[in-house]
Design a protein around this ligand. Sequence first.
Ligand SMILES: [Zn+2]
Length: 102
Amino acid sequence: MNVSPAGISAGLWALVREHAITRRRRLGDAVFAEIDGFAWVQGWEISRLGTGHRYRDPRFDRVAACRTCGGSGKGECGGACRTCKGDGLLNFVEAPAARHRV
Ligand SMILES: [Zn+2]
């Protein structure tokens, strides 16, 4: 087997690079472990972005701004919007009446 010095150098460089990537990922996992745990319990989506993590609550997929009031929640005479009951959002899964019960 013939290996040139350039080949050894390239192989060594690839090994060092892989080691650095692995260490950086482990450091990120350690730094974000508690936050990731909280997000996981809440049911949030977690995505890795380089050295950072992005969290997103999938419940935002269920809602949209009310078109009647433009998301303000205010109706025509200063009262609550009749479509969204003053929330400014429309929930496609849960009826507004269920959310207003206390
Ligand atoms: Zn509205």
